[in-house]
Design a protein around this ligand. Structure first.
Ligand SMILES: [Zn+2]
Length: 83
């Protein structure tokens, strides 16, 4: 079960989801994205949820980044380069 983003908005689960930003390559909680109106909370970053600049961390960590050595539960705002 991985499709818990859109349908789950506002729920406790949704808030805890960590989203990785394709633009600044940082991880923020879904709650922080929501608070920022769907834009990346990263300083000066122009990533947003509508253009799919964000990926759920649990999935992107392995499938997109292919980095099993990256932490499962990283600190908010931590930087994880794509390459
Ligand atoms: Zn960003």
């Amino acid at each position: 079960m991985e499709r818990c983003e859109a349908g789950d908005r506002g729920s406790e689960n949704h808030r805890k989801i960590l989203s990785w930003c394709l633009h600044c390559e940082r991880v923020y909680s879904a709650e922080a994205w929501d608070r920022n109106g769907g834009r990346c909370p990263g300083p000066g970053c122009d990533g947003d949820v509508w253009d799919r600049h964000t990926w759920p961390w649990v999935r992107s960590r392995l499938r997109l980044l292919g980095r099993s050595e990256y932490p499962r539960k990283p600190a908010e705002g931590a930087h994880f380069p794509l390459y």
